[in-house]
Design a protein around this ligand. Structure first.
Ligand SMILES: *[C@@H]1O[C@H](CO)[C@@H](O)[C@H](O)[C@H]1NC(C)=O
Ligand SMILES: *[C@@H]1O[C@H](CO)[C@@H](O)[C@H](O)[C@H]1NC(C)=O
Ligand SMILES: *[C@@H]1O[C@H](CO)[C@@H](O)[C@H](O)[C@H]1NC(C)=O
Length: 333
């Protein structure tokens, strides 16, 4: 071997070694990043159906904006005619339910148990927190949110509404109610719920033992005695939609497309990536509450359901939901 070919050989070896170490580093990086991902994200990969849905979602991307505009107009129309039908007027907007992001010209009225945790998270991202910080922070997401977007005054709300995309997310009222109950009976939950459990147990009608969580019937009786609670209070009362001309009425049942519509219309796609939002939705969508509706509502009796129907009648009408099926559940065994 001549000395020059030997040098050439050495050069080849060292670049090959560089390449090998680069490859190893990359593989290690990918491996550790993958393992460091929170369990939720790995669920995306494990659950074939979710993966399938995401791929399908990619194929179907590009919602039909024209059809969406029409749908949104008809939702506003229904709301407006219901407001007239019930002669709803002179309600004072409850400003503390509102979040105004002036920088992105976005106004949202928070309805508990209607994608509210999701949108508190999105507003926190719009407010400039990064995801890593939000995951680690010990403060409640709502406290962090209010540090960026303080509760508005009525005049601030009114002027923001004139120049913003405003939206509300609604949900079948009795499904929303069951969702609150399911959170209440979870073994580990926020302090709000443990206090609520105690209050229900102290009611004269409480029959189940002190060790078990309240039954659905006890919960419903409590709700009917205390209608003005933001966790289950009517959307009509807490967001006063007859007083606010919301640009977009989002329905939980069509959240995936409706959210994408908002991101597009408000030009937020650079901050809230639509694909990520889509994946987040598919991973969190459990459909659990909807599947449990018959099981829980058949535990009620006609009078209680009738009272609930009265309580939520305006919400049912203004957002185009139908309560009939709940009465059918009563006849189930
Ligand atoms: C997967 O999703 C499809 C369409 O949404 C559905 O028909 C099918 O039953 C699902 N399969 C499983 C195992 O969940
Ligand atoms: C609500 O706003 C829309 C435009 O976003 C407008 O066309 C409509 O007339 C308004 N309705 C009321 C009742 O103010
Ligand atoms: C609700 O649905 C039932 C049947 O499922 C139907 O008979 C009834 O007319 C519907 N009510 C409204 C207000 O649309």
């Amino acid at each position: 071997m001549s000395s020059s070919s030997f040098r050439f050989y050495k050069v080849r070896i060292s670049s090959f070694a560089k390449f090998l170490s680069f490859l190893m580093f990359t593989l290690l990086y990918v491996y550790f990043t993958y393992n460091a991902m929170p369990a939720r994200k790995t669920a995306v990969i494990r659950n074939k159906n979710v993966t399938w849905k995401i791929i399908k979602g990619f194929e179907e991307r590009g919602i039909d904006l024209y059809a969406m505009e029409e749908e949104m107009a008809s939702r506003r129309e229904l709301l407006f005619s219901t407001c007239q039908k019930f002669r709803i007027q002179n309600q004072k907007p409850k400003v503390w339910e509102y979040i105004i992001d002036a920088h992105h010209s976005l106004v949202w009225c928070k309805v508990h148990k209607a994608a509210s945790d999701t949108w508190v998270h999105y507003f926190n991202i719009l407010g400039g927190y990064n995801e890593g910080f939000l995951r680690k922070s010990k403060k409640s997401p709502m406290t962090l949110l209010r540090a960026k977007f303080p509760t508005p005054t009525l005049s601030q709300l009114q002027s923001a509404l004139r120049s913003s995309l405003s939206f509300i997310i609604v949900r079948d009222p009795l499904e929303r109610l069951l969702s609150t109950y399911l959170s209440l009976i979870e073994p580990k939950n926020e302090r709000y719920y443990s206090k609520l459990k105690k209050r229900i147990k102290n009611m004269p009608f409480a029959e189940s033992g002190t060790k078990t969580p309240p039954t659905f019937m006890e919960f419903v009786k409590y709700v009917l005695d205390n209608k003005e609670d933001e966790f289950w209070g009517t959307t009509n009362q807490f967001c006063t939609p007859c007083m606010i001309n919301f640009t977009v009425i989002v329905k939980l049942e069509t959240l995936l497309d409706d959210q994408e519509y908002i991101l597009k219309r408000a030009g937020l796609e650079d901050i809230l990536n639509p694909t990520k939002v889509r994946i987040h939705y598919l991973v969190h969508e459990k459909g659990r509450t909807r599947n449990l509706l018959p099981h829980y509502y058949q535990q009620l009796n006609f009078d209680l359901l009738y009272d609930l129907a009265n309580m939520y009648q305006v919400d049912y009408d203004m957002f185009g939901y139908n309560i009939t099926k709940y009465f059918m559940y009563l006849t189930l065994e």
